[in-house]
Every structure is written in structure tokens, then in C-alpha cells.
Design a protein around this ligand. Structure first.
Ligand SMILES: [Zn+2]
Ligand SMILES: [Zn+2]
Length: 224
């Protein structure tokens, strides 16, 4: 059965942390980097338990052993396949080696908070959409603290339910991601389409699509 990275992580998080057989320290959850170092390592799981105790016997004696045997500066960390009694050695080339991929509590807390923010944002958007609450959708779209996925969805919705008044705030802000900016531009075009309006090429105020003279700046906008 195929399991997503997310599902595997949840399972590994639920497991008791094994103790390193070399030093007795509790092992950390370690995430395989997107690009594997070494050939054919293929662990077959994106998460492993690894002992990152720098006083671990295996790690400490590994430097000397590898230096004498292979004349390389490297050592080993002990790793375990989650859910098994299989412990193996994985080479590291410095004390910091592999530490970048430790899945620590703060990373998990951040992931969890982001997930909750996305659910909350999508629930709000669904409610706003049903009640045709354009300003509500706009508020989420303009809020830099909202997750990108929520803002992208809000940009899509504002094209469907936004009033002409939404155009000014949409135009005056630059959105951090290209995907959101594109969606916002499409939404503005859609709002104009639904209201038979356009922006005056001279003063940028919203005018009727058929207008010949801009009611704001008085310029001739025929064919402009
Ligand atoms: Zn150890
Ligand atoms: Zn004008």
C-alpha cells in the first residue's frame, strides 16, 4: 500500500523512540534529504531514527577507525529502520553532517500550526463565498499572515464575488508569490467583466467599459 511522506511521518511520530545500542541515548527522527547522497543507499523510507549523540561510542571511535582503514575523515552514526530491530551505520563527514534533517519539535509544531491555519482559512472562505461576503474574502487575501494556499483560494474567489470596490486594494498591493499575483490579476479582469467596467488608462480609476470621457480625470478614453 502506498503511503505519503506525511502519513509515514505521522506513523513514525507515534512510535516509541528507540535507544541507540551503542550509547543508550534516545534516537532522533531524521528525514531523508530530497537528493540522496551516496549511491544505492535507498533506505525505502523517508524517515529514520538516528543517534545524534556526539559522545556515542560508535560515532567517537568511527573517526579513528575510518582514518586508519580508509584514510578518510569520516565517522558513523547509528540508524534504525522505524518499526524494526534493524540498526545500521550511516557515514557522516562532520559533526554537523545529517543534522540539518533532524525533525525536531519546533518543526513539527510549525507544521501543525500551518495545517490548522489552512483548515481555518478554508472554512472561513467557504462561509464567505456562500454568503457572497466579498470584503471577508478580500481581508483573507490581503493578510500576509494567512497561508499561501488560503490566499491563493481567496484570490480565485474574489473574481467571482468581488465588487468594484475590491479593485483598488487589489491593485495597490504587490503579492509575494507569482501564483497569487497571477490569480489576483485574473480576478480583477473577472470583476470588470461582471460589472462592465475597466480602468481609466490615465488616472487608473474604475470607469464604465463604454465610457468615452473619464468621469474622474475628464480625459478622452475612446479607443484607449
Ligand atoms: Zn549512539
Ligand atoms: Zn481617468
Amino acid at each position: 500500500m502506498f503511503e505519503s511522506r506525511e502519513e509515514v511521518l505521522q506513523k513514525v511520530l507515534g512510535m516509541p523512540r528507540p535507544k541507540c545500542p551503542h550509547c543508550g541515548a534516545e534516537m532522533s527522527i531524521w528525514e531523508e534529504p530530497p537528493i540522496r547522497f551516496g549511491d544505492g543507499l535507498g533506505w525505502g523510507t523517508p524517515y529514520l531514527f538516528v543517534c545524534f549523540n556526539d559522545d556515542c561510542e560508535l560515532f567517537r571511535s568511527g573517526w579513528k577507525h575510518i582514518e586508519e582503514t580508509y584514510a578518510h575523515h569520516a565517522s558513523y552514526r547509528c540508524m534504525n529502520y522505524p518499526g524494526t530491530d534493524v540498526f545500521e551505520c550511516v557515514p557522516v563527514f562532520s559533526e554537523m553532517g545529517m543534522k540539518g534533517q533532524i525533525v525536531d519539535e519546533s518543526v513539527l509544531a510549525r507544521q501543525e500550526a500551518e495545517k490548522e491555519a489552512i483548515i481555518r482559512g478554508f472554512n472561513l472562505l467557504a462561509e464567505y463565498y456562500n454568503t457572497k461576503d466579498g470584503p471577508g474574502v478580500l481581508k483573507l487575501l490581503l493578510d500576509p499572515l494567512e497561508p499561501a494556499r488560503v490566499r491563493l483560494k481567496a484570490a480565485e474567489m474574489i473574481g467571482d464575488i468581488g465588487e468594484v470596490e475590491a479593485i483598488e486594494p487589489l491593485r495597490s498591493l504587490h503579492f509575494p508569490s507569482e501564483a497569487i499575483q497571477k490569480q489576483v490579476d485574473a480576478a480583477v479582469a473577472r470583476i470588470h467583466e461582471r460589472h462592465f467596467t475597466r480602468e481609466c488608462p490615465f488616472c487608473a480609476e474604475v470607469i464604465k467599459r463604454r465610457a468615452k470621457i473619464c468621469k474622474h480625470c475628464g480625459k478622452d478614453v475612446t479607443g484607449a
